[in-house]
Design a protein around this ligand. Structure first.
Ligand code: ADP
Ligand code: MG
Length: 240
């Protein structure tokens, strides 16, 4: 069998950090080795996803091991599926305690796409997902009893901070926080909102993952201050 180092190199995956979990070479391995639920594989097949992309190969096992992650991979490399599958390992049945995973994306358009993708992946499963963006905010705020019912939240930072400040959401059960397009989210303007979201995710067992196409070093330094012993992935042809 090919050595892990050679496998990573062939797929142009650079990974650094302590105790790095091995990459997964197929989606079947998610069930066989990492206890993913069969519905995940079924939906992947239905959607026509046959093989994991490089960022998915390495990011998913890191999430399974509950490690903080900074992942850089080019646009179009499948980062969305990488973090959605990471979430579905953790959150696969409804528990009615409130949100257990949150995806933060800088724009409503992106959040909507991510949520559509998530709906497809959870089809046929009793899991409640919520897309929280400005236009649909009023509808959700009406009914506080709805709050306990959702398992996974996809949102924009501004909308989520608004909900936190108005006590519309309880993020104390969140164990997985994804910051997508993290380079944008860690920039001035968004950073205060990210800080507020982090403060509201009060679980001591919070796992944080940052995904983006690029990560300027100043932003990476800042990112390191919010994470514990993160693993770093760079996919593709970035100059190190
Ligand atoms: P990124 O966020 O890295 O820019 P996306 O997550 O938007 O990229 O994915 C880009 C495209 O690749 C999407 O159309 C998505 O459905 C597709 N894709 C993702 N993962 C796979 C895969 N494993 N096999 C085939 N297509 C995939
Ligand atoms: Mg993306």
């Amino acid at each position: 069998a090919e050595e892990v180092g050679a496998y990573l190199k062939r797929h142009r995956i650079k990974v650094t950090g302590s105790d790095i979990p091995h990459p997964v070479k197929s989606f079947e391995m998610l069930c066989k080795e990492h206890n993913f639920q069969p519905f995940v594989l079924r939906n992947l097949q239905k959607l026509g996803f046959k093989q994991p992309t490089p960022v998915q190969m390495q990011a998913i096992p890191i999430a399974v091991h509950r490690r903080d992650l900074i992942a850089n991979a080019p646009t179009g490399s499948g980062k969305t599926l990488a973090f959605l599958l990471s979430i579905l390992h953790q959150v696969h049945t409804e528990e009615r305690v409130g949100y257990r995973a949150v995806v933060v994306s800088p724009t409503r358009e992106l959040a909507t796409q991510i949520h559509d993708h998530l709906r497809n992946l959870t089809a046929g499963r009793k899991l409640k997902t919520c897309l929280m963006t400005k236009p649909n905010a009023a509808m959700q705020a009406q009914d506080p009893s709805m709050r306990q019912k959702f398992d996974i939240l996809v949102t924009t930072p501004l909308r989520l901070v608004h909900a936190i400040q108005n006590s519309e959401v309880d993020l104390s059960h969140v164990r997985t926080l994804i910051l997508d397009e993290a380079d944008t989210l860690m920039e001035k303007g968004f950073l205060e909102q990210v800080d507020e979201i982090l403060a509201a995710c009060s679980s001591s067992n919070l796992q944080i993952s940052l995904f983006s196409a690029t990560m300027p070093s100043s932003i990476e330094q800042m990112a390191n201050t919010i994470m514990k012993d993160p693993i770093r992935i760079i996919v593709g042809t970035q100059n190190a």
